[in-house]
Design a protein around this ligand. Structure first.
Ligand code: SF4
Length: 116
């Protein structure tokens, strides 16, 4: 029999992006307040659940081995089963783009008004 995992979501950290639900629809669900919950707090080890934890933009998902409590994710220096960095999905940069903040749409040929 394979490993069993204990899956937790820190709802004080979760921003409700829904990425975990997209990555592991059988592992997570969002409640009415857009907070993520594991579908089952204890489940068989799953590549999709690990990918969801790795892809969470705020690292709100923690996974431990049910039997020993050993931390699977986020990885510690001694944890087994962690992925090398080149296999991890990229983190999202959720900061607003400076270009988005200052860009103003104008129709073609319409110059900004000059004052005076
Ligand atoms: S990916 Fe992370 S922040 Fe987004 S809903 Fe899931 S737990 Fe919350």
């Amino acid at each position: 029999m394979g490993d069993r995992w204990r899956i937790e979501v820190d709802r004080g950290v979760c921003i409700g992006s829904g990425m975990c639900v997209s990555t592991a629809p059988g592992g997570f669900r969002l409640d009415g307040a857009r907070q993520s919950h594991p579908v089952e707090t204890e489940a068989d080890a799953s590549e999709a659940v690990l990918a969801a934890a790795e892809g969470c933009p705020v690292e709100a998902i923690a996974i431990r081995l049910s039997e020993t409590g050993e931390q699977v994710f986020p990885p510690t220096s001694s944890s087994a089963g962690r992925r090398p960095p080149e296999q991890r999905p990229p983190r999202l940069d959720l900061r607003p783009s400076p270009r988005t903040a200052i860009s103003v749409w104008r129709p073609r040929g319409c110059a900004p008004r000059s004052s005076g």
